[in-house]
Design a protein around this ligand. Structure first.
Ligand code: GTP
Ligand code: MG
Length: 366
């Protein structure tokens, strides 16, 4: 019996030689599903192997940002400029050997930034303490993919993160799957599919190891998205690409670099010379989707100095929870001024969704 690694290699080779067309589509779909399962098994086995002491980081603030990049791209330099932290900086690779946290305050949000050891190819196999680094990355709310202006191969980084089951700037596909005890596999599409058909989906589920299940696919998805979903342990995170050391190149050179990397929002900076850092702070704040709410105690002026910072999409209930644990229970009504109000001072309930810079009064039973 071939080892898991050998089986994966065999499938990869077969996929490499097989042309994708209508005739081979089902075969390829099944191979991909089988490979996904083997890879998941392999990861599971690796995860059970010797750990070598994970990094302990205590989360703090409203959100956590992880600095991910090859060695020596300037991650520690950036951390030191953005936060109060002092992480060692040096001209050689692997200067940082552990997680170094820093705190940055921006527009009322307390954001934790984590400096990490450089990530290298095959990190997911444990190279360069890669497994520990990747596990910290998984706990973050936002990833800064940091690259050196002279070494812009972001694909290696993205592939490493992908192997660690991270999906960047992508959302989970709209699919629902329910396991059952018998009846085989039933497939339902609620929208037209451009590549999948019902048999293919059933075959892929089978190949992955599902025998009895109902699956409903509610948007047009491709095979890889389906595999991501059935494998079930993917993590979807937002990411911003940061190009550092732009002080070393001309504007024309930088432009050429940016052209080579379509599909990513790029923020050019010089960490050392503190160029582009305000733009970067803005991008971080926006990507984390915070909004600011100004609280106005009943019959008094609103506090316009220290807003309450919460995630976008929050409602009055969330605000109650972040003020005091009894607020939701004793809630009577709220009054609201700003973008989410139909008119100034509108009276709303717990489910009312607030908007950035709204002014809110909450009235509770006494
Ligand atoms: N020219 C230039 N050099 C920079 C800049 N930022 C960092 N450096 C230099 O790049 C080298 C590496 O910087 P670090 O901040 O230690 O890089 P790192 O990504 O933390 O490296 P590891 O911890 O080894 O992964 C140092 O010599 C820095 O002075 C920059 O904006 N411009
Ligand atoms: Mg470092």
């Amino acid at each position: 019996m071939a080892t898991i690694e050998e089986q994966i290699k065999e499938i990869e080779e077969e996929l490499g030689r097989t042309q994708y067309n209508k005739k081979t589509q089902h075969h390829i779909g099944k191979l991909k599903a089988k490979m996904a399962r083997l890879k998941d098994d392999l990861e599971l086995r690796r995860a059970k192997g010797p750990k070598g002491g994970g990094y302990a980081v205590k989360k703090s603030g409203h959100a956590t940002v992880a600095l991910v990049g090859f060695p020596s791209v300037g991650k520690s330099t950036l951390l030191n400029k953005l936060t109060n932290a002092q992480s060692e900086v040096a001209a050689y690779r692997f200067t940082t050997l552990t997680v170094v946290p820093g705190a940055m305050e921006y527009r009322g949000a307390k954001i934790q930034v984590l400096d990490l050891p450089g990530l290298i190819k095959d990190a997911h196999k444990g190279k360069g303490r890669g497994k520990e680094v990747l596990s910290v990355v998984r706990s973050a709310d936002l990833i800064l993919l940091m690259i050196d202006v002279f070494e812009t191969n972001i694909q290696v980084l993205v592939e490493e993160l992908k192997t660690a089951n991270l999906r960047l700037n992508q959302r989970a596909p709209d699919i629902v799957i329910a396991k059952k005890n018998r009846g085989g596999i039933t497939v339902n599409f609620t929208t037209k599919q451009s590549t999948l058909d019902e048999d293919l989906v059933a075959e892929m589920l089978n190949e992955y190891g599902h025998i009895n299940a109902d699956i409903v696919i509610r948007e047009d998805v491709v095979e890889d998205e389906l595999i991501d979903y059935i494998s079930g342990n993917r993590l979807y995170l937002p990411a911003i690409a940061v190009i550092n050391k732009i002080d070393l190149v001309t504007p024309a050179y930088l432009k050429a670099v940016q052209k080579k990397m379509p599909g990513y929002k790029l923020v050019p900076i010089s960490a050392e010379n503190e160029v582009g850092l305000d733009e970067l702070r803005d991008e971080i704040f926006n990507a984390l989707k915070f909004i600011r709410i100004y609280m106005k105690p009943q019959g008094k002026e609103a506090d316009m100095v220290e807003p309450l910072v919460i995630k976008d999409g929050s409602d009055i209930g969330t605000i109650c929870d972040s003020i005091h644990r009894d607020f939701r229970k004793n809630f009577r009504y709220a009054m609201i001024w700003g973008k989410s109000a139909r008119f100034p001072g509108q009276i709303v309930g717990l489910e009312h969704r607030v908007a950035d810079k709204d002014i809110v009064t909450i009235v509770v039973k006494r």
